[in-house]
Design a protein around this ligand. Structure first.
Ligand SMILES: *[C@@H]1O[C@H](CO)[C@@H](O)[C@H](O)[C@H]1NC(C)=O
Ligand SMILES: *[C@@H]1O[C@H](CO)[C@@H](O)[C@H](O)[C@H]1NC(C)=O
Ligand SMILES: *[C@@H]1O[C@H](CO)[C@@H](O)[C@H](O)[C@H]1NC(C)=O
Ligand SMILES: CC(=O)N[C@H]1CO[C@H](CO)[C@@H](O)[C@@H]1O
Length: 355
């Protein structure tokens, strides 16, 4: 009898394991192959070899890129170097990147681990750059003032809060106010990877302002990119492992009401909203298994989606770029400026192409 019970339990555990295994594989689109879609005149951005995990382009064509992210369980080609913020002027013909010097008395350069970035421009045209960082695998939001003439950043403030345990991406709505996704990964890398494996959906969307945090939506299977429509009325959230983009109506009191959900067959990562057309540009991982379990023989591919008329009955989704990792590995973000697209990756290169 004991043996029978033992066998039954073993059987149940195996079934549970198999069930999780297949749902994990499905959530990570483990078996998807990429059908290539190319773009004209693609060039690698010189000086980016260790990722451009997130980027944001100002209306004047200056782009900020975060590079050198160290993320538990993800590949890094420069594990011992601190991260950096790079600047690129997309008005130049063959734009190069320049590292922005960071000034400020309370600034510890050696533990800078930049992740999501977002800008806010105030009425005086002062540009604030808000950067998610993970010093020693903790989670902070660093506020900088961009000093354009000196091509430097002045560090103003470090924001931490117990309800900002593991921030992934932010969308700034003021110098010290932002929407953010918590992916829960950095709260505890060990628990984070179990949470991810089991699909416990612990991640959420919050709003931070003046030291206070409100949880606005929760239960996401890895909330990732977040963006706001140009008119400021809608918020978009990418749910990486559920392959969904959520559209919310944003109210004057900053709360969000769910409006609709779009489904995909790829891991939707960072969202960038075209300030001119309102289109969403999404960096995607066609095969998530390859991004979380890196193998140089079978590298993760890249995929860029464009979503037009997102609020209409039938949004138009176009695969703008897709590639199996031979050229570009692990795309996270794509953003457009004057007929060109700049594509960033978690730990690899960045590509700049004509559209
Ligand atoms: C700066 O960060 C490094 C790396 O995490 C750490 O070893 C060092 O103690 C920090 N320095 C200060 C002054 O906090
Ligand atoms: C925020 O505004 C919305 C829309 O006007 C309203 O439904 C909601 O109750 C408000 N929430 C709070 C907490 O004030
Ligand atoms: C990726 O695509 C290229 C070009 O289409 C092809 O030569 C290569 O064999 C593919 N690699 C893998 C790992 O599928
Ligand atoms: C800003 C942002 O959303 N960054 C995400 C882009 O993609 C990488 C890879 O999955 C995520 O780790 C980042 O959080």
């Amino acid at each position: 009898m004991a043996k029978l019970i033992g066998l039954t339990i073993a059987g149940l555990l195996l079934a549970l394991y198999k069930n999780h295994q297949s749902s994990y594989q499905k959530r990570l689109t483990a078996f998807r192959e990429v059908t290539p879609v190319d773009l004209p005149n693609c060039n690698f951005v010189k000086g980016i070899e260790t990722g451009a995990e997130d980027l944001e382009i100002l209306p004047n064509g200056l782009a900020f890129l975060s590079t050198g992210l160290k993320y538990p369980g993800l590949k890094s080609f420069d594990a011992n170097e601190p991260g950096r913020i790079l600047l690129m002027d997309l008005n130049e013909k063959d734009p190069a990147v320049l590292e922005l010097e960071i000034r400020g008395t309370n600034w510890n350069k050696s533990s800078f681990n930049p992740h999501g970035v977002s800008t806010f421009t105030d009425e005086d045209k002062t540009v604030y750059l808000l950067v998610v960082s993970h010093p020693n695998y903790k989670s902070t939001v660093e506020v900088f003032k961009f000093q354009e003439e000196e091509r430097s950043l002045l560090h103003l403030k470090t924001i931490t809060h117990e309800l900002l345990p593991s921030v992934n991406d932010i969308a700034a709505v003021g110098p010290e106010s932002f929407y953010a996704t918590n992916d829960h990964y950095f709260a505890d890398p060990y628990l984070g990877s179990w949470e991810m494996y089991l699909g416990l959906s612990w991640s959420n969307v919050v709003y931070y302002s003046a030291g206070k945090v409100q949880v606005l939506a929760e239960g996401f299977d890895f909330a990732n990119g977040i963006g706001i429509s140009p008119d400021g009325k809608y918020v978009y959230v990418a749910e990486l492992l559920a392959h969904k983009i959520h559209v919310y109506e944003k109210h004057a009191n900053w709360t969000l009401t769910p409006l609709k959900v779009l489904d995909f067959d790829t891991l939707v990562d960072n969202i960038s909203v075209d300030p001119v057309t309102g289109d969403l540009w999404v960096g995607c991982h066609p095969n998530g298994m390859r991004i979380f379990h890196y193998d140089s023989e079978n590298p993760p591919g890249s995929e860029v989606l464009r979503i037009q008329n997102v609020l209409s009955e039938e949004p138009k989704v176009t695969v703008v770029y897709a590639e199996n990792g031979t050229v570009l590995q692990g795309t996270t973000v794509a953003s457009v400026y004057k007929g060109k697209v700049l594509i960033g990756t978690v730990f690899h290169k960045a590509l700049y192409c004509d559209l």
